[in-house]
Design a protein. Sequence first.
Length: 151
Amino acid sequence: MNMKNMNSTHRRHLSPAFLLLFAATLVASIGAGARPAAEPKADDQSAVKKITLAQFDKLREDKANVVLDVRTPKEFAAGHVPGAVNIDWHSRAFKEKIGKLDKSRKYLVHCQSGTRSAAATKLMGTLGFADLNDFSGGWAAYKKADKPIEK
């Protein structure tokens, strides 16, 4: 077998191996990008903390903390936590409005029952907010506990 034949033989054998290796590398890199992000560590400042009603009450005593109600304006007008700021999760301008907030402050975020506040805090975390607390019991738990209401 001369050198020319040997090279073409090796090319035929190496080419499928190379393609297989290339495909496996490509699939692995695409798969890595599609995996969910790692769960935040407990000591990670940007981690969203799920808080109870008792924790929510304690944290809202500190007036430096922001109570953020992400329900609709209609829901908010019907009754809300005293001193709460309302930014509607369903608003097209939600991301723009929260983007104007001070990212270094502590936020106590709630909605009616926890779905919108979970989504809102997740988005806020990606925008660099440092201290997010999701009161997942929401307005329903707050009202049921007969807490002070502002209209």
